[in-house]
Design a protein around this ligand. Structure first.
Ligand SMILES: Nc1ncnc2c1ncn2[C@@H]1O[C@H](COP(=O)(O)OP(=O)(O)OP(=O)(O)O)[C@@H](O)[C@H]1O
Length: 325
């Protein structure tokens, strides 16, 4: 497939007008996306939005119907063959009957042998000990690979993904089903690897991970990019603020009186804590101050979850929040 635009040297990945259908289902629908080298990017979207199909095309596993996908200026298959992409799939059993050290060592050796045949290749394959350390699985080295907990197995999969010192790692829902401690542990390894200058693309349904770890968030829905920017830029897409406070004298304040304050679009009272969603937080706060009876007042913008829900429920919303790549 011919690439219609020249690829700027700073782009690791370019999707250019890409479509992919499965029978009548348009999984990816004219996707345009550029990923700059060295950044960590989260791919968010509701179920069936096209995230896995997009990742499949990036890894050369799924062929686009039209448009082009370019990785490091060439075909994805070539980047995979050269060990420049490391991938962590959503699932897949680890080989039974071998230890973690044997499994990771085998994959590492196969990359090292390939690099030996390509001395021009810039990135050296790490030592096995460094690799185990990076993935924080040194203490698991002697364990059977198929007898690990979910979190431990994901760390081994991560070691396999980075065994060839790839410049781009692609993680498809890496922490799904893991407890909070295992999620944090895996992210410690991913971040450490990213700090070495690699590009990271991950999909997730955990919005806090996108908020905490991504330099840039790309939201897809029905196979298209519907928002693209930093976490802050995405949050700003949802207008209005939330004004929260403790009611000093709950009996003296009624729902109706709160709802009648300037700017207030909706109200919620739980116990003595009130939350007002307002389109004019300055006017709302001034009116509350005049009325008195409030303590611990707080004004906050929408969280990423609220923004995500608002964006993905607005079906016609196809503009971009920013160009931060
Ligand atoms: N091999 C396939 N055959 C038929 N339809 C498919 C196939 N793969 C994906 N689809 C459909 O394409 C659409 C996009 O699916 P995809 O798995 O890419 O979305 P997703 O955003 O990764 O979803 P999820 O968050 O649920 O994993 C969905 O409607 C899905 O049912």
């Amino acid at each position: 497939m011919a690439n219609r635009n020249p690829v700027p040297p700073n782009d690791a990945v370019v999707f250019d007008g890409v479509t992919k259908s499965y029978g009548p289902v348009r999984a990816v629908n004219g996707l345009d996306l550029r990923l700059a080298r060295g950044r960590t990017v989260a791919l968010l979207g509701p179920n069936g939005a096209g995230k896995s199909t997009t990742i499949g095309m990036l890894l050369g596993l799924v062929e686009a119907d039209s448009g082009s996908v370019t990785v490091f200026g060439g075909a994805p298959e070539r980047a995979v063959r050269d060990g420049r992409i490391g991938a962590m799939p959503q699932s897949g059993r680890l080989i039974p009957g071998v230890t973690v050290r044997e499994l990771v060592g085998f994959v590492r050796r196969s990359y090292a042998a390939k690099r030996g045949n390509q001395p021009s290749q810039a990135t050296a394959v790490p030592s096995l000990d460094d690799l185990l350390e990076t993935a924080r699985i040194t203490e698991l080295a002697g364990r059977r690979a198929n007898g690990l907990s979910g979190g431990q197995a994901q760390r081994v999969r991560f070691a396999l993904a980075v065994a060839g010192a790839p410049e781009l790692i692609v993680l498809d829902e890496p922490t799904t089903g893991l407890d909070i401690e295992s999620r944090r542990g895996l992210w410690t390894s991913i971040r450490a690897y990213a700090e070495g200058g690699s590009t990271v693309l991950f999909s997730t349904h955990y919005l806090d991970e996108a908020d905490d770890y991504a330099d840039r968030i790309v939201v897809v829905d029905r196979g298209r990019v519907i928002a693209d920017g930093t976490s802050e830029q995405i949050k700003q897409r949802v207008p209005g603020r939330t004004v929260s406070f403790d009611l000093d004298a709950p009996a003296a304040v009624t729902f109706d009186s709160l709802g009648g304050l300037p700017g207030v679009a909706s109200t919620e009272v739980r116990g003595t804590r009130a939350r007002l969603h307002t389109t004019d937080s300055d006017a709302t706060v001034l009116a509350l101050a005049k009325a008195g009876h409030v303590r611990n007042l707080e004004v906050t913008g929408a969280g990423l979850e609220e923004a995500f829900l608002a964006l993905t429920s607005t079906r016609d919303n196809l503009t971009s929040a920013g160009e931060n790549r």
